[in-house]
Design a protein around this ligand. Structure first.
Ligand code: PBG
Length: 324
């Protein structure tokens, strides 16, 4: 039955009608809010490459997490900056580093908030790679033990979820084994399972001081030309014990998210990365796009494609919009 009996515009006649038939609903509970923890006290430094993002010392991280919690955002994702960098990134597993201190601060202030931590060496190594370097190459197997130590340090400090973003083979299994051996059987793993070598990490690398000092990340992060391989990456991570899997970036990879949603029944996260965020900020700043409308549209698209969890720097602003 076609026109004129059928008129799809009937379902768009008012805001209430559109809400009634909405197939996708965005909620503050979908968001994870990323934060950058740095050592020290009362540090509150704007990050030049990322609008409205700051380097915060542990008490500031807890205060910012509290603001997110008030808006209904259930989780933060912590990235750390070290005091000093070295070849293996040893500050990554120091029990008193900025991330571990921040976890404890959030735990004290907000017992119900979920704390997720990034597990990767790139911000901690002097060469900026996500693994250790051996003979000029990134040494996969030699990196696993270090990542496992880092994950255990976070779990001991009170992290609910550890999130390895390094893309070494076998790291999920190594981390699960180490956590279990320490009795941290309830610490969950959210793996950056399908993480692509992307230009959209540019602003983040300035923020985390983590750009590779030589070469690039193409020997460990995925090649953007591949989609089926993403499903293999995800499948292997689930087999190794990942509780939640992630596709990253989000916007240029919505097809990957959609395919992962069709294939797997584990919770699926998408990372709306720094370059995607700043692309919108910059075009809003230039008067080309209505920033808030663009933000809601891209977040809705990520959810519609199949994400259960959206990691985004827009989290606070989007949660505010959803409440108003
Ligand atoms: C660390 C890591 C990166 C991001 C998250 N974890 C950078 C990279 O892989 O170079 C990027 C996040 C963003 O761009 O918002 N491995």
């Amino acid at each position: 039955m076609g026109f004129p009996t059928t008129r799809l515009r009937r379902l768009r006649t008012s805001p209430a009608m559109r809400r009634l038939v909405a197939e996708t609903t965005l909620l503050p509970a979908d968001f994870v809010y990323p934060l950058f923890a740095c050592p020290g006290k009362n540090v509150h430094e704007p990050i030049e490459s990322m609008t409205d993002c700051y380097h915060l010392s542990p008490e500031g991280i807890a205060a910012e997490a509290a603001e997110a919690a008030d808006l209904g955002i259930p989780a933060v994702l912590l990235f750390g900056l070290p005091k000093t960098k070295d070849a293996v990134g040893s500050e990554a597993w120091a029990p008193d580093n900025a991330v571990c201190q921040s976890i404890r601060r959030i735990r004290e202030l907000l017992p119900r908030m979920l704390v997720i931590t990034d597990v990767c060496l790139c911000a901690y190594t002097d060469h900026g790679h996500c693994g250790v370097v051996k003979d000029g190459r990134i040494d996969n197997d030699g990196t696993l033990e270090l990542l496992a130590k880092m994950a255990v340090a976070h779990a001991r400090a009170g992290a609910d979820i550890v999130a390895p973003s390094d893309m070494m083979d076998g790291r999920v299994g190594a981390i699960r084994k180490a956590l279990d051996a320490e009795g941290c059987t309830e610490t969950a793993i959210m793996s950056y399972a399908a993480k692509y070598a992307s230009a959209f990490y540019g602003p983040f690398r300035d923020a985390a001081h983590s750009a590779p000092g030589f070469g690039d990340r193409k020997t460990y992060q995925m090649d953007p030309v591949n989609a089926r391989q993403a499903l293999r990456e995800i499948e292997l991570d689930i087999e190794e014990g990942a509780d939640i899997v992630m596709v990253k970036p989000a916007l240029a990879y919505l097809d990957i998210l959609y395919r992962a949603r069709q294939r797997f029944d584990v919770p699926l996260a998408a990372y709306n990365v720094s370059g995607e965020y700043m692309m919108l900020q910059a075009s809003a700043q230039a008067g080309l796009i209505h920033g808030d409308d663009g933000m809601m549209e891209v977040l809705t698209a990520i959810k519609r494609a199949g994400a259960d969890i959206i990691i985004t720097y827009h989290a606070k602003k989007a949660a505010q919009r959803l409440r108003s």
